[in-house]
Write a protein that binds this ligand. Sequence first.
Ligand code: NAG
Ligand code: NAG
Ligand code: NAG
Ligand code: NAG
Length: 452
Amino acid sequence: MAIPRRKLSSLVVLLFVCLIVFSCLEDAASAGAGRRSQSHIGGRWRGRGLVAAINFESVEPDEKVFNVLDFRTAAAGTGDDYEAGPGEDDSTPDWKMIVEAFKAACQHPGKARLVFPKGQYRTNTLHFMGPCRATRLVFQMFGDLIGPTDMSMLPNPFWINFARLNNVILLGSGGTIDGQGEGVWKNCLPKGCSALPPCNVKFDYNNNMIVKGIRSINPKAFHFHVHSCNNMRFENLYLGAPDWSPNTDGIHTSNTTFVQISNSTIATGDDCISLGHGSTDFNITDITCGPGHGISIGSLGKDGRPGRREKPVRGIRANKILFRGTDNGIRIKTYPKAIPNQVHDVYFQDIDMENVRNPIIFDQEYSTKNAKTSSHVKISDIHVHNIRGTSATPTAVNVKCSKIFPCEGLDFFNIDLSYNGTKPAQIASSCVNARPSYGGIQKPAPCTPIFT
Ligand SMILES: *[C@@H]1O[C@H](CO)[C@@H](O)[C@H](O)[C@H]1NC(C)=O
Ligand SMILES: *[C@@H]1O[C@H](CO)[C@@H](O)[C@H](O)[C@H]1NC(C)=O
Ligand SMILES: *[C@@H]1O[C@H](CO)[C@@H](O)[C@H](O)[C@H]1NC(C)=O
Ligand SMILES: *[C@@H]1O[C@H](CO)[C@@H](O)[C@H](O)[C@H]1NC(C)=O
């Protein structure tokens, strides 16, 4: 059959258009696939560069060294005019000499280094408070700081406080920060604590700070509490406490932005890392968690007191994490209360689970039974890519979103989990008030969404 000339030419045009459209579609598809299979792309961290990659271990020619031991006599003398604040005990010789040495280093108009030689330093409450004249201040810990067991010596929410400082580097050169928390845990365990006990180290209103190679053990509550800081880098840390120790979160943050946490081992009794309200632009990478409760966003939607309006959590990148025997892997937790907030733009990528009880858990009914309302925290644009390993319970993926604010834009790609519990069961996923999108491997199989 002959095809009329006009028809033929329009067919050619059609074919041509199809080819173009098809190749465009293919480009789009492969771009999408590329984005999905590669970590980082599409999830770029917007953090600014901190201080360049110097190791800070050795003294630079233009740096002045302040050895805390050189201040022992100064502290013992009568000439010092420092007045002890609450919980600060000027009868402790170590405390006094550290305070004097810090004052001197802080006031140095140039680069300063405060050195703690090998040995043990027993101190009560320590405030390292700026602003300082030093253009850069390195705390170098060859020795160990040992906290008090007497709670009356710790009236603040912290034992050690770094506050209102710029360009400070806290360097663990073998030193340990030991909170001696055991007595407090034992008191808290039967009924819970009436107030959260003091953390080992609290960071408040600091900018451009590096905390590197520090060992922190046995805090009374959190190891590190980071509040209202900018541009913080935590690396090569070891944070340790027994699995039964209550509230011993590794790093808890709030109202804090541009944070890098990398190459660290966090083995504690509570959350490995917990991102409270107003935590934005985080890059968490190369972390081993366990024992403990995993990496958590939240809890959010909790505090509705006037003047305490919660800020969103967004721009979170957590890559290359190993969870070993933890209660949870990646978790988002919000209370079923009428307190508005948001969690969005979050990527969890390249994560290994070893016998984790709840590898992926988003819980918007956190810690509440028979709530009168559902959570007012909106969770959206959450990406979970390349998760593999074992779950200690059958429900490896458990998504429980809010009835009034269902989760949106949940994307699961390459989830490869198998059940390794004691009772025979099938691995499963569950989702309430959410309709995730799926790609790649899906073990467990995609959930059947339920809307309440
Ligand atoms: C996060 O930090 C690591 C280690 O510094 C770096 O290699 C990686 O590129 C960063 N990720 C993003 C998304 O910027
Ligand atoms: C949050 O952090 C910013 C920047 O550090 C600070 O100005 C503000 O006062 C902080 N807000 C609260 C409630 O602490
Ligand atoms: C990671 O941290 C450990 C100590 O915690 C250190 O020995 C090692 O060199 C660090 N690795 C990198 C790549 O910085
Ligand atoms: C499976 O569970 C057992 C018992 O808890 C544990 O010893 C083993 O390491 C687990 N295997 C994997 C691959 O997680």
